[in-house]
Design a protein around this ligand. Structure first.
Ligand SMILES: *Cc1c(COP(=O)(O)O)cnc(C)c1O
Length: 456
């Protein structure tokens, strides 16, 4: 009779696989630059990997080899310094190493009862972020999967607070105000919540201004308006909305002021751009993704509320089997977002911050800003290139004179095919262009120059 506990015992085979898995992880961390790798078709993967789930199992060694030789090579290495598409990630060595530790520790991160130590550490990391934004000591929140869940959770809290304060539903539809430069996840959140988005016009740089918000509200706001969403570092253009002006409008209207700083929030730690965030200290909630420019591995979004008790009222789940964790006044991370079971996903970020200190973060973020400024100058110095946006941070949108959408696509595909760089196109005001987002401190000016050379 086979032993039903064999998978859970630390056996000789486990020891062998542990050696191999840890050696693989160590080698992956040491590689620099790590190969970009890239996608394969499902048919190619079928041919190379075949059926991997079988009644008898492949054995850990064989499955790990399959991952290393086939599957990992069919995934793009987001931490490659020439990965400049979307928003890259660039976890520190410490953060990635500690992710291994978190995985081995079997932490249920949802409640203080089960995860007091983990929550204490996560809350200190959140505190650093809240301090950067200038929120009061009483602010707090939790780490969630990403900006998408962070934005949704913040808006659900905002709606709950609005309805509770009002004592009932409005006559009209529930509404949030946002520009069309907000991240797609805001539109998704509104759809999930079945609320309407009042469209606010942007200025020439793609920013929301107080005047535009006022004008949009004068035209479109009903009695169901409950929040405005500003962005501090838009994904496409890298600009920061007029946060102070928007805060004043929200104050006057008595509506919730949410700031989506998923990408740009790291800039709060950089003295050279900190003043552009003036007004963020007046927000009711904000998010920043450590898995973007704060050097944590996926997946990790810091969600912070000015008044966490309002979020708890919206999000805490209640049931007989949860009574053991509710009612004690303790800090349950599960109470502050749309989630219950959760990985203690703030811990890799906490460990790296604790190990290196916040000065190292400031310096690494400033360094990426310096590289982005140099890249901007390089672009502006080349006759065949033009910068399309005027960014506050590290996103650069680039026009190659004479190129159309297909040219940008083909060029980007070729770079990935060659393993030279990963860059994807975008559109700005309807025009196809290309775009680079720089968040990796190991991306150099020479990397950028080499890529720009291939556009000549
Ligand atoms: C990336 C991003 C998001 C979404 O975050 P995910 O972690 O991908 O869910 C939201 N807002 C902004 C501004 C972003 O850049």
């Amino acid at each position: 009779m086979p032993d039903p506990t064999s998978m859970h015992r630390y056996s000789d085979e486990t020891e062998r696989v542990a050696q191999a898995a840890l050696a693989y992880a160590r080698e992956r961390l040491r590689l620099h630059p790590v190969p970009l790798d890239g996608p394969r078709t499902a048919a190619e993967l079928e041919a190379a990997a075949g059926q991997t789930i079988t009644p008898a199992g492949l054995g850990g060694d064989a499955a790990l080899r399959l991952f290393a030789d086939v599957l990992a090579r069919a995934t793009v290495s987001v931490d490659n310094p020439r990965y400049l598409a979307f928003i890259p990630a660039a976890p520190t060595q410490a953060a990635t190493l500690f992710d291994l530790v978190v995985a081995a520790s079997s932490v249920y991160g949802g409640s203080w009862l089960e995860a007091a130590g983990a929550t204490y550490a996560e809350n200190q990391a959140l505190r650093w972020v809240a301090d950067l934004a200038g929120l009061p000591e009483t602010a707090g929140g939790c780490f969630v999967q990403g900006g998408t869940v962070g934005n949704l959770s913040a808006l659900v809290a905002a709606r709950h607070a609005f309805l509770a304060a009002r004592g009932g539903r409005p006559h009209g539809r529930l509404q949030v105000a946002a520009t069309d430069e907000v991240h797609s996840s805001i539109v998704t959140a509104a759809q999930v919540m079945d609320v309407d988005v009042i469209a606010v016009a942007t200025d020439a740089r793609g920013r929301m201004t107080a005047a535009a918000l006022e004008a949009a509200l004068a035209e479109g706001a009903g009695d169901g308006l409950f929040a405005a969403v500003a962005t501090a570092g838009t994904t496409n253009l890298g600009v920061i909305d007029d946060l102070a002006g928007i805060a004043a409008v929200c104050d006057r209207r008595g509506i919730w002021f949410h700031v989506d700083a998923a990408y740009g929030g790291a800039g709060l730690a950089a003295p050279s751009v900190r003043d552009r965030f003036a007004g963020i200290e007046r927000c009711d909630s904000f998010i920043v993704d450590p898995h973007k420019w704060l050097f944590a591995p996926y997946d990790c979004c810091a969600l912070v509320y000015r008044r966490p008790e309002l979020a708890r009222a919206a999000h805490a789940q209640h049931a007989g089997y949860l009574e053991a964790i509710q009612g004690g006044g303790e800090w349950n991370a599960s109470d502050y977002a749309v989630h219950l079971s959760r990985r203690a996903r703030g811990l890799p970020f906490w460990f790296s911050l604790a190990a290196h200190g916040t000065d190292a973060y400031r310096d690494a973020i400033e360094h990426t800003l310096t590289v982005a400024r140099a890249a901007r100058a390089d672009i502006e110095s080349r006759p065949y290139l033009e910068l399309v946006n005027d960014p506050d941070l590290t996103v650069l949108c680039i026009r190659r004179t004479g190129w159309e959408a297909d040219d940008y696509r083909a060029w980007g595909a070729r770079l990935l095919e060659e393993g030279t760089a990963f860059i994807t196109p975008t559109t700005v005001a309807g025009e196809a262009v290309t775009r680079m987002a720089i968040v990796n401190p190991r991306t150099t000016r020479a990397d950028i120059a080499a890529i720009l050379d291939t556009m000549a």
